[in-house]
Design a protein around this ligand. Structure first.
Ligand code: HEC
Length: 188
């Protein structure tokens, strides 16, 4: 018995019926078959080149990591040149930069607010906190930006007061950002 049934229009339909549905049995078009064969050949070549050649071509992940490393190196170089040129004026300039201020605020709230207060006034609902106010014009150790930076970096000369050298926990750029945040809160 012939399993295939030729229709008038040349379309072949399989005999098999399931749930009232029959299947076409067509030869795939040549353009489709060629694309398929080319894809198979391409796969074999690509597999060989990527995985079997001695100097592997970097995959996407490695390429992205390479790009990130380049960006990181650039950022580091920029940061270093920024730190090298750090001055009272450049710190004041930083205190107008929204990105530095946002980072400085985050560091301040995490590390400093416990003693100096969220509003820098060193008191919490009328209860004085251990730190000194940083939002006034009175500076025990000098109010120039570089003096503030040095005091935060190296701590108070009197360590028993609780103001530790923050250089052990914060990078110079983070300290510069926190200084710029404090500067932005100065009464003008
Ligand atoms: C454990 C409490 C405590 C923490 C936390 C703390 N400080 Fe202080 N800070 C103090 C005290 C106390 C003084 C006063 C030190 C003195 O009189 O010698 C001080 C002094 C200072 C001064 C000098 C003020 C002046 O009048 O010259 C600055 C600036 C300062 N702190 C910034 C910071 C920053 C920025 C942070 C967070 C990175 C921080 N402090 C975290 C307690 C603290």
């Amino acid at each position: 018995m012939n399993k295939r049934e030729k229709q008038n229009d040349g379309v072949t339909i399989r005999e098999h019926v399931f749930d009232g549905i029959q299947e076409y049995d067509q030869k795939l078009p040549n353009w489709w078959l060629f694309t398929f064969y080319i894809a198979i050949v391409y796969f074999v070549i690509a597999w060989f080149v990527y995985y079997q050649t001695p100097a592997p071509i970097p995959n996407d992940g490695e390429r992205i990591e390479g790009q990130i490393a380049v960006i990181e190196a650039k950022k580091k170089a920029e940061l270093e040149s920024m730190l090298a040129s750090l001055s009272n004026d450049s710190l004041r300039e930083m205190s107008k930069d929204a990105t530095h201020l946002a980072s400085g605020k985050a560091i301040y709230e995490a590390k400093c607010a416990a003693c100096h207060g969220l509003d820098l006034a060193a008191n919490l609902n009328g209860i004085p906190l251990p730190g000194v106010p940083l939002n006034d014009t009175e500076w025990k150790y000098g109010g120039e930006p570089l003096q503030i930076m040095a005091l935060i970096t190296n701590g108070s000369p009197d360590l028993t007061k609780g103001m530790i050298p923050w250089k052990t926990q914060l990078s110079p750029s983070e300290i510069a950002q926190v200084v710029s945040y404090i500067l932005s809160k100065q009464p003008s």
